[in-house]
Design a binder for this molecule. Sequence first.
Ligand code: PAF
Length: 286
Amino acid sequence: MEVVRKSEEIKAWVRKQKASGKKVSLVPTMGALHAGHLSLVSIAKAHSDAVILYIFVNPAQFNDPKDLEKYPRTLERDLELARGENVDVVFAPEAADIYPEGGGKLSGTCHVRAGNRSENFEGDGRPGHFDGVCTVLNIMFNIVEADTAVFGEKDYQQLQVVSQMVKDLQIPIEIIPAPLVRDHDGLALSSRNVRLSPEGRKESLVISRTLAAAAEKVSSGERDARKLEQNAIQAVESTGRVKVEYASIVDADSLEPLSHIDKPCQFLLTATVEGIRLLDNIRLKP
Ligand code: PAF
């Protein structure tokens, strides 16, 4: 596995792959890899001949400089995991290479404004977050010129925001969604899970259980989205230690809230446990 730090080097690497007729996939990450990321790699492999995994903690998507500072950086371990998955190349650039002007601060630089799928949920209370995500991805897509890029459904809104950007800006890349991966106990895999105490982790399981119960109710005939959302909030908060931030049943593409379920849709639920935000979601199929 090659490790490349400079954008000029990754461009040359991609050119070489394409010259030999290979299809290239990109797996964008901010590192701190876990089994969820590795599942993106295996999906990328199934769709291409050469896989680039990028590791870049993107300053432009953090509102709080303390969060950026605290973000786990585990490059050596990440490289080991990537090697174990037979990733072809890891691209791990410095911020100065990706943001030659402004160091990742969007104001004053030319950047992407995310579309309306970015407005609620994760977009609430994190102004500019999705602009930062779209901007870095645009830069990476321009540098790497991959044929496909894989995004996990765990960050369901991000997947829809990125898909909207690619469609609206006619970026020549195919976005491949990858199913959310759960741990053995049902908790959606996330780099943040390691920060939960054993007790907090146990309590957090109410989130995935509640979503699974809602999916079950919908397949047995429930169609009232508001009732399902209210029941879910009550169930999740019943332990007293888990606080729901949002619980919304939305159109699976546009993310518009639904009141009546008459087609497959997505139930997005984000809750805080021990100060840690946990994102989860599930497909509802009437
Ligand atoms: O999901 C993430 O880890 C990040 O938002 C992404 C897509 C790598 C962009 O920085």
